[in-house]
Design a protein around this ligand. Structure first.
Ligand SMILES: NC(=O)CC[C@H](N)C(=O)O
Length: 211
């Protein structure tokens, strides 16, 4: 792995950080943990892992990462959020605690723990055009779904079976990507490859405009 590979940070305040570090490396980028504002400044892309969004929200504020991350999102930093990370990237939440805030950036409303207690964890094969090839095994763990999408949001995947069929579970808006499910736990790194490609494209665009 060389320095010419993009450096992707994984927000490491809570959640399944290690799995994302591994998946990012398997997808061909360099991976590093992000816990400090200086580390937010150093990365070419950021992953917000699954975990507990109320805790991530609280810790992001305590670690004074909230403003630096929001600023970099505004400046066009590519960010990928899975599950709790999707909640953190949503402009609006329903079913959250009253004091829960998100970082925002994607014009969606997410419903926390949307699949309900009866089926709080499940797996399903999803056909995802953006990553091509075979269907992808999607693992949902107390997952949110996307309740509403703004006009600039591209829907990448919906649930295909059962009572939740048609629910939106993967979206992209500009350089922001989010999934309700956890591709970092399946060994199928195509979603991380898609994100690494978004980071490469953003870097190439930045180089082109500074030349
Ligand atoms: N696996 C997960 O990331 C679960 C998300 C969690 N239910 C939340 O609301 O933050």
């Amino acid at each position: 792995m060389t320095d010419s590979q993009p450096l992707i940070g994984v927000l490491a305040v809570q959640g399944d950080v290690r799995e994302h570090l591994y998946a990012v490396e398997q997808a061909g980028a360099r991976a590093t943990t992000v816990r400090r504002p200086s580390e937010v400044a150093a990365v070419d892309g950021l992953v917000i892992p699954g975990g507990e969004s109320t805790t991530i929200d609280k810790l992001v504020r305590i670690f004074e990462l909230r403003d630096p991350i929001r600023q970099r999102i505004d400046e066009g930093l590519p960010v990928y959020g899975s599950c709790a990370g999707m909640i953190m990237l949503a402009d609006r939440i329903t079913g959250g605690r009253a004091d829960q805030e998100t970082l925002g950036g994607i014009d969606i409303t997410v419903r926390r723990n949307a699949f309900g207690r009866q089926v709080d964890s499940f797996e399903e094969d999803l056909h995802i055009h953006a990553i091509g090839g075979a269907p992808m095994r999607a693992v949902f763990i107390r997952a949110p779904w996307v309740e509403e999408c703004g006009p600039d949001v591209e829907v990448l995947a919906t649930v295909e079976q059962g009572p939740a069929a048609g629910r939106v579970v993967a979206v992209r808006q500009g350089r922001l990507l989010a999934t309700s499910f956890h591709p970092e736990v399946t060994g199928d790194h195509r979603f991380h490859q898609l994100f690494v490609q978004m980071v490469r494209d953003a870097r190439a665009g930045a180089r082109a405009t500074t030349r």
